[in-house]
Design a protein around this ligand. Sequence first.
Ligand SMILES: Nc1ncnc2c1ncn2[C@@H]1O[C@H](COP(=O)(O)OP(=O)(O)OP(=O)(O)O)[C@@H](O)[C@H]1O
Ligand SMILES: [Mg+2]
Length: 263
Amino acid sequence: MSSVTGEAPVIEFAGVEKVFPGHHALRDLSFGIDRGELVTVVGVTGCGKSTTFNLILGLFPPSDGTVRVAGHDPHAEFEWFRRRIAVVFQDARLLPWRTALQNVCVGMRFAGIPKEQWQERARDWLSRLGLAGREDAYPHQLSGGQRQRVSLARAFAVDPEIILCDESFSALDEITAQGLRQEFVELVRTGGKTGVVITHSLTEALTLGDRILVLRPPGHLADDIAVPRDPDPALLDELRERVLAGMTPPAAADPAESAVPAL
Ligand SMILES: Nc1ncnc2c1ncn2[C@@H]1O[C@H](COP(=O)(O)OP(=O)(O)OP(=O)(O)O)[C@@H](O)[C@H]1O
Ligand SMILES: [Mg+2]
């Protein structure tokens, strides 16, 4: 797949199928994401968003088709990718018996970063994410938003090329989510990273990224929508309708039968 920059896409799916026992999760999924892009992925529950992430992470191979990340096969070269991709989930997934600082260090240990760098990098990233002074707090002593900040610090401290967020902001109240989202965008852009964010929030999809990939069951790309920075309200409404139309399975196209997609 060609890219708008002329470079090969940093993430490339071509005709990807993923079949689990008794379930066909992805069908003929093809898309490309350029280096430095910030892309959101939306779709109704079960349409294959996390499966797509797991393929990017190399957790399993596709059943058919090809997945390439920076030109490499992430499943076959799992070790090569350890430092290059980081993921942030909906729940912070911190080790409860480790402090904020230690949790960030654990990420660097798994990524193979030399031990002498851990402390300084962890303190720096915790501070950038507004947690200076809370380095020694345990997860149960932090709020949900603060735990998610630790989780983001753990991801960025590894200095990965690609950051994946799987509903990372959806367990937070809207005000906290908005602030953290903005900081995330800033960190991704200033760091020259490629960011891919799964979200169930249309507002997040329409305001966070450069592009929205709309998946539709069963695991197919229904639409690929460019989002301008600072779109006016009329365009936002238009894009919102387009995203919703993309998410709706064809069987529900009859308005009499259609249900509001589960967002
Ligand atoms: N390891 C697995 N074994 C069997 N089935 C799986 C496996 N992983 C995912 N599936 C199935 O594949 C489909 C897609 O799952 P996936 O987790 O990718 O959906 P999703 O779009 O992330 O949904 P949600 O929005 O609810 O998180 C689901 O029907 C799920 O049950
Ligand atoms: Mg999911």
